[in-house]
Design a protein around this ligand. Structure first.
Ligand SMILES: O=Nc1c(NC[C@H](O)[C@H](O)[C@H](O)CO)[nH]c(=O)[nH]c1=O
Length: 195
């Protein structure tokens, strides 16, 4: 059966000069971890250097918009900072987030070219799911438009755990890992920003 749905061929060229962040929630980590791995896989495959990939985590998806906004603002500050040796870790430290990966003083002094926000919302018995999904999607769009940095929408809003597993490439249907699409989109948008 011909697959119609999907992003089509990735338009990623040489990502070696890009600086990309992944900000992910820690709810539903079995699915999250696979999505993050998929995003990183396609970032690296497009030539983004490991040291130019910063990973930050937040408790849940509701915290994603603020974390993305703060991380990008900190990277801008870092880029503009003088030789006072203000380290990225100082700038990126945040009470809501745990910074892993290469966010350290050695990070390149440039703002992020794209940020991938990853979360998994699984519908429960209440309206909590709808309110978080609505707030986070509007929040991420606002951060993107206000800041000008491409924010790749990696929020899965699924009705069952199985739907989430499927979209992380962990199901039985052979569905691909959607995180890979987000990695490719980050490279494409990051490069386009420079055109
Ligand atoms: O409730 N379900 C979920 C959830 N709730 C926590 C919320 O995002 C936030 O962290 C807290 O409300 C505290 O602000 N966060 C998710 O990422 N996925 C869920 O499925």
């Amino acid at each position: 059966m011909t697959t119609i749905k999907g992003p089509g061929a990735a338009q990623t060229h040489d990502g070696s000069g890009l600086r990309v962040a992944i900000v992910h929630a820690r709810w539903n980590t079995v699915i999250i971890d696979q999505l993050v791995a998929g995003a990183k896989k396609n970032l690296l495959a497009a030539g983004v250097l490991e040291e130019n990939i910063t990973v930050q985590t937040v408790p849940g998806s509701y915290e994603l918009p603020l974390a993305v906004q703060r991380l990008y603002a900190a990277s801008q500050l870092q880029a503009n900072s003088s030789a006072q040796g203000i380290s990225a870790t100082d700038l990126l430290s945040s009470p809501t987030a745990e910074v892993t990966g290469s966010a350290n003083a050695a990070s390149p002094k440039k703002p992020f070219d794209a940020i991938i926000a990853i979360g998994v919302l699984i519908k429960g018995a209440t309206m909590h799911f709808e309110y978080i999904a609505d707030a986070v999607s509007h929040g991420l769009m606002r951060v993107q438009l206000d800041s000008g940095v491409p924010v790749i929408f990696g929020l899965l809003t699924v009705l069952t755990e199985e739907q989430g597993l499927e979209r992380a490439g962990l199901g039985n249907s052979g569905m691909h890992n959607h995180g890979e699409d987000w990695g490719s989109a980050a490279v494409e948008l990051g490069l386009k920003r420079r055109d």
